[in-house]
Write a protein that binds this ligand. Structure first.
Ligand code: 6PG
Length: 480
């Protein structure tokens, strides 16, 4: 193929996300090579959307690679795990040093690190890239979180920024950091997405079971909330889902959906990594466990038969006041979940030497992605003011917000417990707030117990050093 006919970039893997991304590239004026293992999908894409831009359809991977300008830029949009490795293995045989392989799937960042190191050995750039926004985002502007070498970003950045969502004219795409940084940040994005949805679900449950509101009324409540501090894509679509009526039964749609939440794994990974890094992401963990619990239908059925709730539940005296309390509890709990997610990104950046700009992460999450929200602007401001902020909760805006919300937050957690309505997200977020601000924690007693049964030693508040008490022999304290 003549050089001037070659494509700027290529996409292999043309399921919905891949073909929408290819269309987005073509619509932005990039000549895009497209390839799929089964050629039928490539043909369909070009037949149906060829008029949207400049596509170069390739039947074989070799033709696909040959149709790209050098250094070649290939975006892989296939299933994470084995299928991604299979495509990479085939591709590397066809590429030349300096070429770039972009993995746009939800890969585990450790796989990305491994692949990046392996391709670097061969002189290739491997760019693990988080892409958020679902099918619609891929087509019309996602939030893009690329990792990999700074050099690869010089080539890919202009293309990825062009097709990303824009907020106030700024692209929702930036170079996150080397090797697995992009996929790590995308993983935490998804963890926060889990926490956010769990909190929204708890707010719905409380408004329904404690305040007695119907799904349609709650839809209106969320619609109203979407014009304030809580303005976000997830709150907006909550109003849509709650307002939807099932055609077959005439019931609110939410009442006919089975109440077992599924998960593909990114939320679980976020918690697993947080455990390794020692970062308490309690909001995300509660969200993952709440989904697991919802799926344990046999246990739930057995418990429903024998475990009663409170014998009497007093009704809400002032519905409007309760709705406002829930709004404030939701906002405060959401701030906690985001604070914890950003803590996890910072801890990983320290561990892997990624030098991630947290304010920039908030900036690229303002548009395109699932957790896009008005208050990400505030998070950006907080980290712009102090990039070493110990916790988002101590930034003056967020401290003010949770302090203002705390009375309402406490009333909601009390009301949930009194009514027997589970609110693990709200209550664990409040416990986190209380633990973080406590001058003394009962961890001191835990240290005492560890020393008693295992001579694990402890430190004292009044002098330096490590100590052990001879618990079985007179209880004298010795230096450890
Ligand atoms: C996104 C979404 C996307 C996907 C989630 C769903 O950012 O576009 O997060 O990646 O919809 O992975 O995850 P679960 O199936 O685990 O809920």
């Amino acid at each position: 193929m003549a050089t001037e006919q070659k494509a700027r970039i290529g996409v292999t893997g043309l399921a919905v996300m891949g073909s929408n991304l290819a269309r987005n590239l073509a619509r932005h004026g990039f000549r895009v090579a497209v390839h799929n293992r089964s050629a039928a999908k490539t043909k369909t894409l070009v037949e149906q959307h060829g008029h949207e831009g400049d596509f170069v359809a390739a039947e074989s991977l070799a033709d696909f690679v040959d149709s790209l300008q050098t250094p070649r830029q290939v975006i892989i949009m296939v299933k994470a795990g084995g299928p991604t490795d299979a495509v990479i293995d085939e591709l590397v045989e066809l590429l030349e040093p300096g070429d770039m392989v972009v993995d746009g799937g939800n890969a585990h960042y450790a796989d990305t690190r491994r692949r990046e190191a392996a391709l670097r050995e061969r002189g290739l750039h491997f760019v693990g890239t988080g892409i958020s926004g679902g099918e619609e985002g891929a087509l019309n502007g996602p939030s893009i979180m690329p990792g990999g070498s700074p050099e690869s970003y010089q080539h890919l950045g202009p293309v990825l920024e062009a097709i990303s969502a824009k907020v106030d004219g700024q692209p929702c795409c930036t170079h996150v950091g080397p090797d697995g940084a992009g996929h790590f940040v995308k993983m935490v994005h998804n963890g926060i997405e889990y926490a956010d949805m769990q909190l929204i679900a708890e707010a719905f449950d409380l408004l329904h079971k404690v305040a007695g509101l119907g799904a349609g009324e709650i839809a209106e409540v969320f619609r109203g909330w979407n014009s304030g501090d809580l303005e976000s894509y997830l709150v907006e679509i909550t109003a849509e889902v709650l307002g939807h009526v099932d055609e077959a039964t005439g019931k609110p749609f939410v009442e006919v959906v089975a109440d077992q939440a599924e998960q593909k794994g990114t939320g679980r990974w976020t918690v697993q990594e947080a455990l390794e890094l020692g970062v308490p992401v309690t909001g995300i963990a509660e969200a993952v466990f709440a989904r697991s619990l919802s799926g344990h239908t046999e246990q739930r059925a057995a418990a429903q038969k024998v475990l009663p709730g409170p014998s009497s539940v007093s009704s809400v005296a002032d519905r409007d006041a309760f709705v406002e309390d829930v709004r404030q509890a939701l906002y405060a709990s959401k701030v906690v979940a985001y604070a914890q997610g950003f803590d996890e990104i910072r801890a990983a950046a320290d561990t892997y030497d990624w030098d991630i700009d947290l304010g920039a992460m908030a900036t690229i999450w303002r548009g395109g992605c699932i957790i896009r929200a008005r208050f990400l602007e505030r998070i950006k401001d907080a980290y712009d003011t102090n990039k070493d902020l110990p916790s988002l909760l101590v930034d003056s805006y967020f401290a003010d917000a949770v302090i203002k919300a705390q009375e309402a937050w406490r009333r909601v957690v009390v009301a949930a417990a009194a009514a027997g309505v589970p609110a693990p997200g709200f209550s664990s977020a409040l416990s986190y707030y209380d633990a973080l601000r406590s001058e003394r924690l009962p961890a001191a007693l835990i240290q005492g117990l560890r020393d008693f049964f295992g001579a694990h030693t402890y430190r004292r508040v009044d002098r330096e050093g490590s100590f052990h008490t001879l618990w079985g022999e007179g209880r004298n304290e010795i230096d450890a």
